[in-house]
Design a protein around this ligand. Structure first.
Ligand SMILES: N[C@@H](CCC(=O)N[C@@H](CS)C(=O)NCC(=O)O)C(=O)O
Length: 299
């Protein structure tokens, strides 16, 4: 500091400019290493769906509901696919996304619509118009309401960050950046403006609606699984398997145990290899600029 006072204004300006340039280079380098991902040289196999996701979860196959939803759909629909794990996000800067031959599709919902069209499938074919409307409403409750309340538990409240951090092997500044983004996003979305007991109330109300509609049925609409089961499974697995001891987990266990049985049923039916697809709490192995290509699955 003493030295800075002795400098004339020109020297001070040069010193400051140097500092700004160094800081900018540091920020760009960190961004390059941790937030941008190059395409890999490995060619995709033809006629196989490439499911891009962010690494296996600790106690369920993904820590993110949407890749888990899409992968469950691929299994239900019996579509051959290969999971590629990296931190490469879609053109919408989200996960998951797919490639199929020359096509690229982002967003789990759009991926499902694309695949239904491409393979001439409809897992909802036995549903009435009324049931389809109910399915749509529950999917939105699940993905556009309950999801955000659970995000508060994962990223905003000072709890349960350990599993995310361990499984993704996240340095503190990556975690800090995501938390900062999540604070802004949940505020803009609206859930971030509620106090914790209000968020708990929303979680309980949403879970009760799902639990009561499901009742004693095997899947959401009876004996046959449909698309909405993929969405519900993707989200419900998070509090059930990835939030032990936290309120959303305890709430399900004590008040809505049929949701646990339901997820177990989907797990046993569509995920016989579950144990191979979880890390048991360990680091998922995906690093900055690296990817893990799993074997092709032909369900
Ligand atoms: N509507 C999208 C939602 C996907 C989504 O929100 N993914 C989250 C992970 S759970 C994500 O990529 N977040 C990154 C971000 O928002 O920057 C879908 O169905 O695929």
């Amino acid at each position: 500091m003493e030295g800075l006072h002795k400098m004339d204004s020109c020297q001070r300006l040069a010193w400051l400019a140097g500092g700004v340039v160094t800081a900018a280079v540091a920020v760009i380098t960190v961004k390059r290493i941790f937030f941008q991902h190059r395409r890999t040289a490995v060619p995709n196999p033809r006629d196989v769906v490439i499911l891009h996701q962010i690494g296996r979860g600790g106690y369920a196959p993904s820590l993110s509901p949407f890749p888990l939803k899409l992968e469950t759909y691929l299994r239900m629909a019996k579509i051959p696919y290969q999971s590629v794990h990296s931190f490469r996000m879609s053109t919408k800067r989200k996960t998951p996304w797919i490639e199929y031959n020359e096509d690229t599709v982002a967003d789990s919902g759009f991926c499902i619509e694309y695949l239904n069209d491409k393979f001439g499938l409809d897992l909802n074919k036995n549903l009435s118009k009324e049931e389809r409307a109910v399915a749509r409403a529950f999917e939105k409750l699940n993905e556009d309401a309950l999801y955000w309340s659970l995000v508060m538990y994962r990223w905003i409240y000072p709890v349960d960050r350990s599993i995310v951090t361990t499984v993704f092997g996240m340095p503190w500044f990556v975690k800090w950046k995501i938390q900062r983004n999540m604070k802004k996003t949940t505020w803009a979305q609206g859930t971030g403006r509620h106090v914790p007991h209000e968020v708990d109330h929303l979680i309980e109300t949403d879970l009760r609606a799902i639990s009561e509609y499901l009742g004693k049925k095997k899947f959401f609409f009876g004996d046959t699984a449909t698309e909405v089961d993929c969405s519900l499974f993707g989200i419900l697995c998070q509090p059930i398997y990835h939030m032990p001891g936290l309120k959303p987990h305890t709430m399900i266990k004590e008040k809505f145990p049929n949701l646990i049985d339901y997820c177990n049923r989907i797990r046993v039916t569509f995920w016989p290899d579950w144990e191979d697809k979880i890390t048991n709490g360990r680091y998922c192995g995906v690093g900055p600029n690296s990817e893990i290509r799993e074997q092709i699955i032909r369900p």
